[in-house]
Structures are given as structure tokens and as C-alpha cells.
Design a protein around this ligand. Structure first.
Ligand code: HEM
Length: 425
């Protein structure tokens, strides 16, 4: 097995080499090796034909019409239902709230029903999802890996019996009724689980892999968007504290979307991409990657390259112009090549090539706007705190109050991102 070979990792810090490496078929996913307990057999860990055929099917869920349906019809009510109880209380803690909110949205996309419709049931799902996140990021844990793996296995079992099994039953019945001509296509749920069940015969996914795949879509969709949501909110509040003349920009969805993209560029959910070389590879730059090497793509360095993003590449600047052709405003934070994020447009939206095209803003922008429209401000009585258990720039708590837009905001400094090799979602 290539990854058992002991040799120094090869670091890539340059955009062109990074894109080239992401496209190489002989470089295999290596980011989730330690998180096998929950990541084994899921899309992002597949390679070659197996990856291609599952990805082709799941791509159907991420077509523009479906994303429009999510953004305009399905998500607004869920966002209100999640935020408004906190607005009534007058305060919230964003790290938890963002995960609850994004879990509620990701559950719709993944196909995870909550049959009982009780707050306790949602709490159970939240606890299970947070445990799956702990499993996926196991390499970074300070806890005993065997103990964490046992807890994750138990959480997966509960997730299966409490959520996946009833979700499969409901969808199977609907699919049978559709096949019998009793209901039409539009009555079927538009989610990953339905797509997989409808194509069960082609894919032949074992039951345990199916459970992990749905768990992966839930945690990948929720955790990445939740961290982007809290960081974007922070950056916008900081910017408005320093630039009060921009207050009215909060009504401009394009401006807020630019802030989200800029935040995602500065703080990629995954600070690195990792690959193993299955055979010798020579990049277009001429760089030689010997078989068995570990390749680490340093996304923070790539995304802050002054040659591409300008001299202030390390700063948050909502007015940054989209850089050179072939580079998104969020740099390579959504990856590139065969494993490029399937949820990129769901999270970050679509900017049309011309004025006539429909713009989508993405779930992070829509949710950040909903929060700020409700007058969220950093809590004057409790400063946000940084998560010291990780080298990643995570907040552990981000208390906010809902007081209307005119309250002054007290600036707080988020530590610079690090490039430590930690797993990711
Ligand atoms: C700000 C939000 C997000 C960021 C920054 C992000 C980032 C990434 C990155 C960097 C990868 C590539 C990993 C690699 O090549 O090793 C990836 C893959 C993936 N992401 Fe996202 N993601 C985000 C949101 C989402 C959402 C909302 C979903 C839910 C649908 C999602 C589902 C996935 C899946 C399923 C893959 C694997 C794709 C494949 O292997 O073919 N992501 N994401």
C-alpha cells in the first residue's frame, strides 16, 4: 500500500501546481485515512471508476434547478424556524446555532427525516452528527483513538436505527408508488438518499456504506457551512465596526456573498488537501512526485498568494476583485479536479457569466443575511472565545445578542489560520 512508505511529504503552495495535482489520476485521496470509522467507502474516499459512477449519480442533486428550489423554497422557512426562537430570547451562541441551522438544511439535502418531529429528536441527531464529525477528524483528536472510534460506531448505529432506517422506509414506499404510477416525480424527495435508493441496482452499495454516505453528506454539508457562517458573520461585523459607512451594504446580497467568498478564501474548511502517489507523477511544472509519496496541498498558502490575490491577500477585503481567469473568489477552498466539492454551489451560490443569468447566493450567504437582518451583534457582556484544543482557527463560543443594527460592535481578533495537517470536513 503506497501510504505505508516512509518518506517526507511533498508540499505544494502554488496555485497552478495545486490544480495540476488535484487533477492527477495517480494521486489518491489521503485526507481521511485516520477517520475510516466513519469515512470508509464514502464518496470523498473513493477512487477511479467507483468514484466516477457514484459521483455521476449524486451530481444530479446539485443541478441548478434543484439548488434554486432549495434556496428559494425549501430553506427560508427552515432558517426562520431555527433562528427565530433565539431572536425571541434575545441572544444566541453562534457555534452551536450555526451547526444546528446547517444540520437542519443538510438533513434535507442528505435525506435524513426526523419522524417524531420533537426537539429531543433533533437534539439526538445533533449529538450523533457531532460525534460523526469527531470520527471524521480523528487524527486531530487528543483523545484515545480506540475510545473515540467505539463512540463513533455507537453513534452510527443509533443514527442508522433512529434516522436512516425510517428515512429509507419512507422513500422506498414512495419510490414503489412512483414506479406503480400512483405518484409523479415531483412527489419524490429531492435528496441524496432518494437518488441512491432509486439506483440501488447499479451501485450495489452495502448497507453500512449507505449509512456512512448519508452521515458523510450530513456532516460535510453542516460542518463546513457552519464554520463559514460564523467566520463570515464575524468578519462582516468587524468590517462594519471599522467601516460604519458600509452598514447599508447588509441589504445587498451580492456584497454579503462577496464577504462569504472572501472569508472562505482566507479560512478554507480544510487547510490542506492530502494525496498519496500511486505511481510516479511528473507535474507540468516539472516537479517529480515519486510513487508512495504523500502530497500535501497547502490551501492557506495558495489562497493567500499575493501574486494572485494582491499585496493585501492576507486581509479580509469585501471589495477584492475576482482574480485571474480560472481562479474563484474563494481560491481553492472547494478543492479542484475529481473530488472538487459537490456542494460548492449549494454553499457558495452561482455567479452568472452575464447579467441575464440567475444568480444564486448559496446557503451560507442566505443564512448570514437572515441572522444580520434580525440585528445580531457580538454580545457586549461576553467576548467570543477561540477554541484552544485545535490549531485550526475555530471559535469555541461566539455569543451574540439581537438588538437591531445600530449597536456598536466590539472588535475581536481571530488568530491567523495555520497550515497544520489536520483532517477536515
Ligand atoms: C463552505 C462550504 C464548503 C467547503 C469549504 C467545502 C470544501 C470541500 C473540499 C475542499 C472538498 C474536496 C476534498 C478533497 O479533494 O480532498 C470537498 C468535497 C466534498 N464536499 Fe464540500 N465543502 C463545503 C460545503 C459542502 C456542502 C454544503 C456539501 C453537501 C452537499 C459538501 C459535500 C462534499 C462532498 C460530498 C465532497 C466529496 C466530493 C467527491 O469526492 O467527489 N460540501 N468539499
Amino acid at each position: 500500500m503506497a501510504n505505508s512508505t516512509e518518506q517526507a511529504a511533498i508540499f505544494i503552495t502554488n496555485l497552478d501546481e495545486a490544480k495540476d495535482a488535484y487533477r492527477q489520476k495517480a494521486l489518491k485521496q489521503g485526507l481521511y485515512d485516520a477517520g475510516e470509522v466513519v469515512m470508509s467507502g464514502v464518496l470523498v474516499n473513493l477512487h477511479g471508476d467507483e468514484h466516477r459512477s457514484r459521483r455521476r449519480l449524486e451530481n444530479r442533486l446539485f443541478r441548478k434547478e434543484t439548488l434554486e428550489f432549495y434556496e428559494n423554497e425549501l430553506f427560508p422557512d427552515v432558517i426562520s424556524e431555527t433562528l427565530d426562537p433565539h431572536v425571541e430570547v434575545g441572544r444566541a451562541e453562534l457555534v452551536t446555532l450555526s451547526h444546528q441551522l446547517m444540520m437542519n438544511l443538510a438533513a434535507l439535502n442528505a435525506g435524513v427525516d426526523r419522524p417524531l418531529r420533537t426537539p429531543q429528536e433533533t437534539l439526538r441527531l445533533y449529538q450523533q452528527m457531532m460525534k460523526l464529525i469527531e470520527g471524521a477528524t480523528l487524527v486531530h483528536s487528543r483523545r484515545d483513538p480506540a475510545e473515540v472510534s467505539a463512540e463513533v460506531r455507537e453513534a452510527l448505529g443509533d443514527f442508522d436505527s433512529e434516522f436512516v432506517t425510517p428515512s429509507i422506509q419512507r422513500r422506498t414506499e414512495l419510490i414503489q408508488r412512483h414506479v406503480a404510477g400512483e405518484i409523479d416525480e415531483s412527489s419524490l424527495p429531492r435528496d441524496v438518499l432518494s437518488v441512491l435508493l432509486r439506483n440501488e441496482d447499479d451501485l450495489k452499495i452495502p448497507r453500512d456504506v449507505l449509512v456512512r454516505e448519508i452521515g458523510f453528506f450530513l456532516l460535510a454539508g453542516a460542518h463546513t457551512s457552519a464554520t463559514a457562517f460564523t467566520r463570515s458573520t464575524h468578519n462582516i461585523l468587524e468590517w462594519l465596526a471599522a467601516h460604519p459607512e458600509d452598514q447599508a451594504k447588509l441589504d445587498d446580497r451580492r456584497w454579503v456573498q462577496g464577504c462569504v467568498h472572501e472569508t472562505v478564501r482566507l479560512y478554507p474548511s480544510s487547510p490542506t488537501g492530502v494525496r498519496w502517489a500511486l505511481e510516479d507523477v511528473v507535474l507540468r511544472s516539472g516537479r517529480h512526485i515519486p510513487a508512495g509519496s504523500k502530497v500535501v496541498i497547502d490551501l492557506v498558502a495558495v489562497n493567500r498568494d499575493p501574486a494572485i490575490f494582491g499585496d493585501d491577500a492576507g486581509d479580509f477585503n469585501p471589495y477584492r476583485q475576482v482574480p485571474a481567469e480560472g481562479v474563484g473568489p474563494y481560491g481553492l477552498s472547494f478543492g479542484h479536479g475529481m473530488h472538487a466539492c459537490i456542494g460548492q454551489e449549494l454553499a457558495a451560490g452561482i455567479i452568472p457569466a452575464d447579467q441575464a443569468g440567475t444568480q444564486l447566493f448559496g446557503v451560507v450567504t442566505v443564512a448570514v443575511m437572515a441572522l444580520l437582518e434580525r440585528g445580531a451583534r457580538a454580545d457586549p457582556d461576553e467576548a467570543p472565545s477561540v477554541d484552544s484544543s485545535t490549531q485550526r482557527p475555530y471559535w469555541s463560543r461566539y455569543p451574540v445578542v439581537f438588538t437591531g443594527r445600530s449597536r456598536p460592535h466590539r472588535p475581536t481578533v481571530l488568530p491567523p489560520s495555520t497550515t497544520s495537517v489536520v483532517p477536515v470536513i
